[in-house]
Ligand binder design. Sequence first.
Ligand SMILES: Cc1ncc(COP(=O)(O)O)c(C=O)c1O
Length: 478
Amino acid sequence: MDQRTPDPPLYETLAAQIETLIESGVLRVGMRAPSVRAFAAQHGGSLTTALQAYRLLEDRGALEARPKSGFYVTPRTHQDRALPAPSQPPQRATQVSISNPVFSVLAYASDPSYAPLGCTIPSTSLLAAERLDRHLARCARVHGRNYNIYADPHGDAELRGQISARALRLGHAVPPDGILITNGCTEALNIALSVTTRPGDTVAIESPTYFGLLQVLEARGLRALELPTDPASGVDVTALDKALGARRVAACLLASSFNNPLGTRTSDARKAEITRVLTRHGVPLIEDDIYGDISFGADRPRPFAAISPKADIILCSSFSKTIAPGYRIGWLAANRRHDQILAAKFALSLSGAALPQKAMADFLTSGGYDAHLRRIRQAFADNVDRMRRTVDRSFPKATRMTDPKGGFALWLELPRGFDADALYVRAIRERICFVPGSLFTASGGYRNCLRLSCSTEWSARIERSVERLGEMAEEMLG
Ligand SMILES: Cc1ncc(COP(=O)(O)O)c(C=O)c1O
């Protein structure tokens, strides 16, 4: 009897060749695979066979088909790594006291002698910094004096026009007059909170959440009500409804997409449900859309304000994660409270710096932002993918990790009892910086979690640092 295994069908052999290209890094996440026609011609198969190979890889989640464009490499999913469990923060409003530990972590995170797994600051090589600088230099040369003034507190009119036009592409109709340019997303969040809350009020937030947001709540004397949040789907709507029914909540503050640190993409349907619940309870939504443009999928998710245009929503965002954190240009878009918002901006900083706004407006008008976004989305998707693979082979087997759909944060959950604060102390001694999970909550949880930043270009140093963290975690658990 012939014991030989039959040769696999040709389409499987062809699929394996593409998989090898992906494994070896020749084809990276977000890249377009060779066209079916070119691939068939190169490998001597028919068009049908090549297409069968591509469809097989689509079924396996290695490629995704984009209409009229071709097949693209998708971020790898690591089936053997479960997602972190949905959070279950205590359902009470908590006084926030986070600033001191945050400042100490930020000091290490911004020191280049530490491996950069801490701050989510994109490396300048990935951003369009030089092009923007050229616009700034030209603006200063050509009409610098005209911009050495107290500018319109609303911000540069051309820049607001550009932001309004981009919002419309997502179905968010906000006229330039409804947009206020701010000093980064942080000032936008402060203004939004100042017109919706008073000190002592409670604000509902995701959990875990970005520590900078907790600092803002702390500085404004606001209490945090942390909501149960599922890394796969976002805030638990039933829990939100229950929480709002149980106490007075002045505002709800959520990420529009790819929340920091979980990287969750909340579906449009769930976003609509969340705004329905908030409207029923009369609670305004402040949404932070800073990571929305860094989507790894074929489309860019819509913010809440586009999905529920009549709801009471203040959208906050900035160019800090996509173009230039140092220019400090953010914005706020609202469909009500315009006078209060302008008064708050006036009280906080009179107006923004005119010249950087002009340079940003010129940059956007000159085109190329979409091409730039395509490039950085691919770079960040690739970084996240490499980080996940390195964690997968280096961290203890029981480690869970998120599967971010955008942004550049990766959240790890180690077994209960693991002390990520102690790991942090050891890592700092070895000049590796990351952010321990305890900084992402006001209520004392996530001691067994940590956030790794994937915002810097991948390097041997980063890879070795992640491996070393995994070894240390293994030793601590062992
Ligand atoms: C979720 C989130 N919102 C806001 C900010 C701050 O934005 P900006 O630098 O524009 O003030 C950050 C920075 O890390 C962030 O992660």
